[in-house]
Design a protein around this ligand. Structure first.
Ligand code: HEC
Length: 149
């Protein structure tokens, strides 16, 4: 009977996995919150790409996703208090060294998301605005997000 060794080896490998999973479980509420918000933003971004770049037929939803990004940023709250650079985070210490520039990058992103919403009725104009918004994401990530943890 081969089933039992298989089950045993599955158990053994999941036990080996457990410490990795525990290590990754960040509990700092600020870090967990901002990563959740950015995941929401990333979800809207992926859906926008499917529509504007890959041709998913939902031009009418572009406005919703642009507003979703605006709403997500509006609900960031105080997610970057001093000291929250320690942990399972890609936030760079430069955020707290130059909070003005960091906040400006956030404003630039909101402007770009609003421009996308305003352009959402037109396919070509919204693709253009989407690309500009992508640059606003990247501008902040380049300066303030670590490439690795
Ligand atoms: C004002 C700066 C800033 C802007 C603008 C910004 N980001 Fe980020 N983003 C960050 C930082 C900092 C992190 C790392 C957060 C952490 O690990 O604690 C991050 C993390 C992320 C993550 C990873 C979340 C996770 O942990 O799984 C995604 C996805 C993401 N951003 C998407 C985007 C997209 C898409 C845009 C543009 C629509 C955007 N971001 C705009 C600063 C920014």
């Amino acid at each position: 009977m081969k089933l039992r060794p298989l089950i045993l080896s599955l158990c053994a490998s999941s036990m080996l996995m457990a410490p990795v999973a525990l290590q990754a479980a960040e509990t700092n509420p600020n870090i967990v919150h901002r990563q959740g918000i950015f995941k929401t933003v990333g979800g809207h971004m992926t859906a926008l790409k499917s529509i504007l770049v890959l041709g998913f037929d939902a031009q009418k939803d572009v406005s919703y996703h642009a507003q979703g990004i605006l709403d997500a940023f509006a609900h960031m709250g105080n997610s970057f208090p001093p000291g929250s650079d320690k942990g399972e985070t890609k936030a760079r210490k430069e955020i707290w060294e130059d909070m003005d520039t960091f906040k400006q990058r956030g404003k630039d992103l909101r402007m770009a998301a609003q421009a996308l919403k305003d352009a959402s009725a037109d396919k070509a104009a919204s693709l253009d605005a989407f690309k500009k918004m992508g640059k606003a994401c990247k501008a902040c990530h380049d300066d303030f997000r670590k490439k690795k943890k």
